[in-house]
Design a protein around this ligand. Sequence first.
Ligand code: A3P
Length: 313
Amino acid sequence: MESKKSSLASSTPNISPSAQGLTQFQGFWIPTLIAPISSIISFQKYFQALDEDIIVASKPKAGTTWLKALVFTIVNRHSYKLSNTPLNSANPHQLISHFEIKFYKENLNPDLSKIPSPRLFSTHLPYPMLADSIKRSNCRIVYITRNPFDIVVSSWHFIKGVHNLPDWPLEDCFEMFCRGEESYGPFWEHALGYWNMSMEKPSNILFMRYEELKEDPVAQTKRLAEFLGFPFSIEEEKTGVVNQIIDFCSFNHLKELEVNKTGKMPRSIIPSNKLFFRSGKVGDYINYLSPTAVELLSNVLKEKLSESSLTFN
Ligand code: A3P
């Protein structure tokens, strides 16, 4: 595979899964520097879901930050105006935190009972690894996915930034992705778990796509609000509330907020919030992956998803 934009040093040694902290656990590759196995086990053991809970689920680089901003704004729109929403001074990941990266990493059995309802949580864990109480409850899960070609390129940039690996070859990242050896991968298993459950329990699991949100943000934001149990009123639609929320949560707006330009989350290994905002485009992979690489990953997906109705363009 050749990469198009970057001049990649072929002599750069590969970084192995273990050097990234990737460890296989319950059938998936977990980035244990970010999400220790102990925190996942505690989450699975102790988390008690409530029917009102809302959980944002995704694989990294699928649009998590965007979806968190939208969910937070939709749910809290009667408490905060856009001019004074906490999103003006906090990164979306601080307002909707991950079970395995924050709550159960900082405390193996945190008291989450005082969080006001609806409690907003997030996770990068695949569906089979969720706490049983979530699967038994009536809570809502919103899952976002994205075309895997853009995910590979986005992940490559992100991992280089987080682990300070400016010379890491895209080829390594790409090959690992195709083998399923990447954060919370395999990608296809991750997406399939939520896809299948969204068919089985459509009122509990909403399956969203980054590209659809880009293409028709109004329809997708209304769909999201409806699913969350916070639908827009006719009055809100008439007065432009939907578009105001979309504009506020847009890439260009969030990226320019000081907290996302220069901020850093406390106790996080992510060196800067700005790493969550790169180009925010659909199809940027075309500038990085050769046609051969695209064909290779397409074939992997075709094979892995052959028995399912899930497809990626
Ligand atoms: P790119 O690297 O392709 O630009 P995640 O939030 O799951 O980590 O995903 C990060 C990807 O979403 C990055 O993609 C980032 O630029 C993009 N992104 C972040 N905020 C966004 C927003 N508000 N709208 C659209 N894309 C956004």
